[in-house]
Design a protein around this ligand. Structure first.
Ligand code: DGJ
Length: 734
């Protein structure tokens, strides 16, 4: 059992709960007569010898039971599991309310506990899962006696991975309605000093760049208030001890399984202790809880690594591949697709698509995806979102005809939707202007000339679902790209009452989840790819519904190196939508070799985003080889352990990463020489993840090396003549 309960270890330590994963321990202490729920320890596995000695309760300010005159000082310094607002803990708290009298202060004291095998689902929310022998759950039941709030603090502990997930359930057991104005999902309060944070930031076409911030007394806030996770900020943080690297040192990471507004804070307090919190952003959040009602927070995943950020990454990858993604495609090769967005933008018709499909199928590509522009009168991005009826001027003979023709070529067919949106210039908006999110008497701000549908409404959800499903029922469509091209502003719903308007952001996200859940129920074999103007909704919440997410609208191989490095820091390679596109690249105007574009896209789902009838013949001739390369290596890329060897982002010269098969019999490293440098020796790269005593041969070479030599003495990569050149280093056990 991964959860152990100890009782009455000392006069002050009433209960201890020890949560053990293979290499980490997490200890919670219930202390003092009142039952404060305190944090005792998190880090490398420890035994159970006198754990009650760890908390600093024998020094000032002492416990309230013997020094209540300094209660505030106690609350403001003791490491807490779920700090509440307004009673003396002046650090960032996790929970705040507004009572009918307008008060905000609230306490949390221990009542009871339960330990269960397995992990309960979170109703309406994505969450990691596991069987009864893979995970167990500790439920701490706590209360605020004054309001009648019951808290359930849930901790699920994985048996085979260094992962603990957390969320809270709040029940109003009082007699009056309450407003929840802040409900975070997790707090990590560590009595440790000197940490650096790793976070992921960007913008459109520059998503998830790794950012390092030395933590100090200045608070760090990583937040989205855009209604989605966003291009700008990802719901991830790792705090690592100052000396930690990719391979060594202690790293504590958190990732939020949610696709809307979020807020992560770090704060070093007056004593140098670090507090990290994670949850739904409290900006414009106010949730009414009637007596008897409950609120369930989304899940925060905590990963501990005592072996640097590399191990942290591999833990996230294993967790998400095994315990989050549900799609039947999750352990399968995805069809190599060709998407017509960069090939044609809005300017296409049936003939054009069939000509692309014919050439693509001849070259070995397996699926045609018809992107934006097939519906309503959408010939540019100004109209028709919401009018999901086929434009038969473009698709002569209709959608089914096109799909059948593509199928006859032996290819699958996929289609693009942007279901959450409504164009002001659409039949839907003319019929239902109140279906758009808007504030009464204010014209909502447009973004890409569109508004957002009010997905907190049942009627809007029903209509949206049926519009998408009707198209999918009409032909043999096997893939959907679900796009979302603007962020939420002008928050207002025509149906929500005034005292529930603060629920709109969260209800919107629940609406998106319910639509995707329903879609997957009706079309269980559909391959769903989420997308949001590129990678603005690349988060674990979305991975619960789709096994892959479009990484970025920047398809340039060199830009992709750091976008994919940041993405792969947390998310498995199997989830990263990556395509080969034409040059000069549409986003940056750079020209790179077709081979390099293929090698870089190989690290993701792999596909094409170009007009295969128009690209240079020498590029086209390379496609069948790339198709073979994908089929040869995709199992390894999808399922292997990922190792970062060098980062172009950090060194400005070259990039190198690899995947190693779980049994260590095979590995594939990708080396990209971004900038050529004259008169240098060959470069020695220190491989990782191999078995030291196994013998390996590098494909194309005769020499045999031990894993130990390749990892310690390194492998020499010859300098190549020119910029943007790449090489695959395929290693097999002999
Ligand atoms: C944004 C996506 O990221 C692109 O790939 C493309 O689908 C466009 N939207 C279409 O409008």
């Amino acid at each position: 059992m991964a959860i152990t309960h100890y009782e009455a270890l000392s006069a002050s330590v009433k209960h201890l709960f020890k949560l053990d994963t293979p290499n980490s321990s997490y200890v919670i202490g219930i202390i003092d007569d009142e039952g404060f729920v305190t944090h005792v320890y998190y880090g490398d596995s420890i035994g159970d010898y006198h754990l009650e000695e760890i908390p600093r309760i024998d020094e000032m300010p002492f416990l309230p039971s013997n020094n209540n005159r300094d209660r505030c000082s106690f609350l403001d310094s003791c490491p807490m599991e779920y700090p509440t607002h307004g009673l003396g803990d002046f650090r960032q708290d996790c929970f705040k309310i507004e009572t009918v009298n307008g008060n905000a202060g609230v306490s949390l004291t221990y009542k009871d506990y339960r330990i269960e095998k397995g992990k309960p689902d979170l109703p309406g929310l994505p969450a990691t899962f596991g069987k009864e022998d893979e995970v167990s759950t500790l439920i701490l039941i706590c209360e605020d006696a004054v309001t009648g709030i019951e808290y359930q603090l849930n901790y699920s502990v994985f048996e085979d991975l260094d992962v603990i997930t957390r969320n809270v359930r709040i029940l109003n057991k009082g007699k009056e309605p309450l407003y929840l104005t802040r409900v975070y999902s997790a707090c990590l309060d560590m009595d440790n000093e000197d940490y650096t944070a790793l976070t992921l930031h960007g913008t459109w076409a520059r998503e998830r760049k790794i950012t390092e911030t030395k933590l100090n007394r200045t608070r760090l806030v990583v937040e989205s208030v855009r209604g989605e996770t966003s291009h700008q900020d990802n719901p991830f943080i790792a705090v690592k001890e100052a000396t930690a690297t990719d391979r060594y040192g202690r790293v504590y990471a958190m990732n939020f399984v949610y696709s809307g507004n979020f807020r992560i804070t770090t704060q070093e307090d007056q004593f140098g202790q670090l507090r990290v919190t994670m949850g739904i952003s409290d900006e414009d959040f106010k949730w009414k809880l009637e007596p008897g009602a409950d609120f369930v927070s989304p899940e925060a995943v905590m990963v501990y690594s005592g072996e640097g950020t590399g191990k942290m990454t591999r833990t996230f990858h294993d967790l998400y591949r095994k315990h989050l993604i549900r799609s039947p495609y999750k352990d399968k090769k995805r069809p190599i697709l060709i998407n017509n967005w960069e090939a044609t933008y809005f300017d296409f018709d049936t003939d054009k698509l069939i000509s692309i499909a014919k050439e693509a199928s001849r070259l070995g590509i397996e699926m045609l995806v018809m992107d934006d522009g097939w519906f309503g009168v959408r010939n540019d991005d100004n109209t028709s979102l919401g009018d999901w009826t086929v434009n038969e001027n473009k698709l002569k003979g209709g959608l089914k005809y096109l799909v059948d023709e593509v199928n006859k070529l032996g290819m699958k067919f996929g289609i693009w939707f942007e279901p959450e949106m409504i164009s002001p210039d659409s039949d839907l908006y003319r019929a239902h202007p109140d279906w758009a999110i808007a504030i009464p008497n204010r014209v909502p701000s447009r973004a890409r000339n569109q508004y957002v549908l009010d997905l907190s409404r049942e009627d809007v959800l029903e209509h949206t679902y049926e519009s998408v499903a009707k198209v999918l029922r009409s032909a043999n469509i096997e893939y959907v790209k679900w796009d979302m091209n603007r962020q939420l502003s002008d928050l207002g719903s025509a149906l929500l009452p005034a005292d529930r308007m603060g629920e709109l952001y969260h209800r919107y996200v629940l609406g998106v989840y319910s639509l995707q859940e329903r879609l997957l129920k009706e079309f269980p074999n559909l391959l769903l790819e989420n997308c949001s103007g590129g990678g603005a909704r690349f988060d674990p919440g979305m991975l619960y519904y789709s096994p892959q997410i479009w990484c970025s609208d920047d398809t340039d191989a060199i830009e992709r190196l750091s976008i994919q490095e940041g993405t792969a820091l947390v998310y498995p390679l199997s989830t990263m939508g990556a395509h080969v596109s034409d040059c000069p690249n549409h986003a940056v105007g750079r020209t790179t070799p077709f081979e390099t574009r293929g090698h870089v896209a190989l690290a993701g789902t792999f596909g094409y985003e170009l007009d295969v009838t128009k690209i240079p013949e020498e590029d086209r001739n390379m496609i069948p080889e790339q198709v073979k390369m994908y089929h040869r290596y995709n199992d390894l890329v999808r399922e292997g352990d990922y190792y970062r060897i060098a980062s172009f982002r950090a060194n400005g010269v070259y990039d190198c990463y690899g995947v190693v098969k779980k049994d260590k019999s095979e590995a594939l490293f990708t080396y990209v020489q971004v900038v050529a440098r004259v008169n240098y020796h060959s470069r020695r790269i220190f491989l990782q993840g191999l078995a030291p005593d196994k013998k390996y041969r590098i494909e194309g070479e005769d020499a045999v090396y031990t894993g130990e030599v390749l990892m310690k003495a390194g492998y020499r990569v010859k300098t190549m003549h020119g910029d943007y050149l790449s090489r695959l280093i395929h290693i097999m056990e002999v």
